[in-house]
Design a protein. Structure first.
Length: 76
């Protein structure tokens, strides 16, 4: 419902991604993390969670890339 009200709110996608991940629908969760990060590229929590999701599903290089992005953002 929050996404229907404001489709440009990254926290709505982020929150839905967390729920989807808990329901083991990781591909759908990944899409919501992608959307949240598309809207807010410096959304560290979403980047960390997306990295963890990639790690859990065998995309180790993708996870490393996410974590490296977070490290760069945290240095700013």
């Amino acid at each position: 419902m929050a996404i229907e009200v404001d489709s440009k709110e990254p926290n709505a996608y982020y929150s839905r991604a967390i729920v989807k991940n808990e329901l083991y629908t990781w591909k759908s969760a990944l899409k919501d993390y992608d959307k949240a990060i598309e809207i807010a590229p410096k959304f560290v929590s979403a980047l960390i969670n997306r990295g963890g999701l990639k790690d859990q599903n065998g995309d180790y290089q993708g996870a490393i890339t996410e974590y490296e992005t977070v490290l760069k953002l945290e240095k700013l």
